[in-house]
Design a binder for this molecule. Structure first.
Ligand code: SAJ
Length: 422
């Protein structure tokens, strides 16, 4: 049975179903279609599907011209997950979100919704690959119990939103299988479209754990430098100088302090490990504390603002996204900062070059004007900041630089994170 599917993959006759058409699934669906496979992209929201059918991608990494061409030529069919076409795929690649709730508990609803749909169709001889980020054991648990002989693999997504160098076609892929046939099929599939290496690991759980380790490593190392930044301030040492010096050590991998850690991965994935640790009665205090530390940086930054704020002062936050040059609000630490300032009764306005005033309004933030203010806060260090700051910063403006963007003094004073005032 695997020979038949293997042959279909080798000849690009395999029908590829990509489930979930966000920043992971849509670029992947487009890649397979561009490489000559017949692809069906499945989503659950008609409004979004309509836009995709019209070639409106909403994802920076996917050009609308290309999407429109592939859809019009029938190389990429946009389908509703409840439609009949779901039954006629040979491969299912699951790319749905795996968030945490407000109590930091994993929310597997999107995964379970997909599992419920797949349970209703015949999977004999087909391959399911889970790309969604989950705790080790989840792929087997949620996609391993269906009837019939089918193949099951896991290959965690590694998309870095906004990164133009590393994209869906050239990021090294780690793949694990429920058995050797599943692994071989998944590996062959990715090798047929990727220009990067495809690295096989020994199990589904090893693949899931690889993703967890790489993202938790990042969260913990950012927390380390956030803690050291706070100490550096107390001993009047500049953390950026220290990081640059530490980088001369071959085994030091630089991370940088900031007003906080956002995005769909770094502040979220490690909570899946923490939850698994609880289930397995393995305590993971370092990971838990690191996540708490990173969240506390918004408070650390808010205090800097409160220290200089006097009633009546005009405060503007520049940049509201979770990282620079990406129009993405998921888990944005700037939103956390705004909520804290609201609690401190410090009124602020916001300016972000990636958003219109109306879009900001929809996020319940007051759009700021391009004029000098008393306190200028760097929330996201978008490239435009290098020029645009001049509209907001006069000789009397105090800057609270949540991204350590300014390396030289501007305005009256610059307070960074882990730095001496400039
Ligand atoms: N951040 C810091 N200090 C740092 C690095 C990042 O405060 O030294 C903050 C960023 O401002 C952002 C958050 O952490 O708010 C996450 O930053 P990120 O560069 O990790 O951005 P992401 O979330 O887009 O991370 C993605 C992730 N990709 C996947 O999970 C598939 C992550 O695994 C990658 O490590 C990262 O891209 C990357 O390598 O660039």
């Amino acid at each position: 049975m695997s020979a038949e599917l293997s042959n279909k993959i080798a000849t690009k006759q395999a029908a590829i179903g990509v489930i979930g058409l966000g920043y992971v699934g849509l670029p992947l669906a487009v890649l397979f279609a561009k490489k000559g496979f017949r692809v069906s992209g499945f989503g659950g929201e008609w409004k979004k599907l309509d836009q995709l059918m019209k070639g409106i991608s909403g994802i920076e990494a996917v050009s609308e011209t290309e999407l429109r061409r592939l859809v019009q030529h029938g190389a990429l069919n946009i389908e509703h997950i409840d439609g009949r076409p779901l039954e006629s795929q040979d491969v299912y690649i699951v790319c749905v979100p795996t968030p945490v709730d407000e109590k930091k508990q994993p929310d597997l609803t999107p995964i379970r919704d997909v599992a419920g749909k797949l349970a209703k169709i015949s999977l004999a001889g087909k391959l399911i690959i889970n790309e969604s980020t989950v705790a080790p054991g989840t792929t087997r648990e949620e996609f391993g119990q269906f009837a019939g002989k089918y193949f099951l693999a896991c290959s965690p997504e590694r998309i870095d939103p906004g990164n133009t160098e590393k994209n869906v076609a050239n990021i090294t892929k780690v793949v694990g299988g429920r058995d050797l046939q599943s692994l071989d099929l998944a590996k062959a599939l990715y090798e047929s479209v990727l220009s990067s290496d495809v690295v096989a690991v020994s199990s589904l759980e090893a693949a899931e754990m690889t993703k967890m380790l790489e993202n938790t490593y990042r969260a913990v190392n950012i927390a380390l430098v956030n803690e050291c930044a706070q100490l550096a301030e107390s001993i009047h040492v500049d953390i950026l100088e220290v990081i640059e010096a530490a980088k001369t050590k071959w085994s030091f991998h630089a991370h940088y302090p900031s007003l906080g850690v956002g995005g769909h991965c770094i502040p979220v994935d490690p909570w899946y490990l923490v939850e698994l640790g609880k289930k397995k009665r393995v305590s993971l205090p370092l990971i838990t504390q690191a996540l708490i530390d990173n969240e506390s940086m918004a408070h650390f930054t808010a205090k800097k603002i409160a220290d200089v704020y006097r009633a009546g002062m005009r405060v503007l936050v520049y940049g509201i996204t979770y990282k620079k040059d990406v129009k993405d609000m998921r888990e944005s630490p700037v939103m956390r900062l705004l909520h804290i300032l609201q609690g401190m009764k410090i009124p602020v306005t916001v300016y972000d070059p990636l958003f219109t005033a109306a879009e900001l309004q929809k996020m319940n933030v007051t759009a700021g004007k391009k004029e000098p203010v008393d306190i200028f806060v760097v929330g996201s260090d978008h490239a435009q900041l290098a020029e645009e700051y001049r509209s907001f910063v006069s000789g009397d403006t105090v800057v609270v630089d949540g991204r350590n963007f300014f390396l030289k003094k501007v305005g009256k004073k610059v307070f960074g994170i882990g730095r001496n005032a400039l």
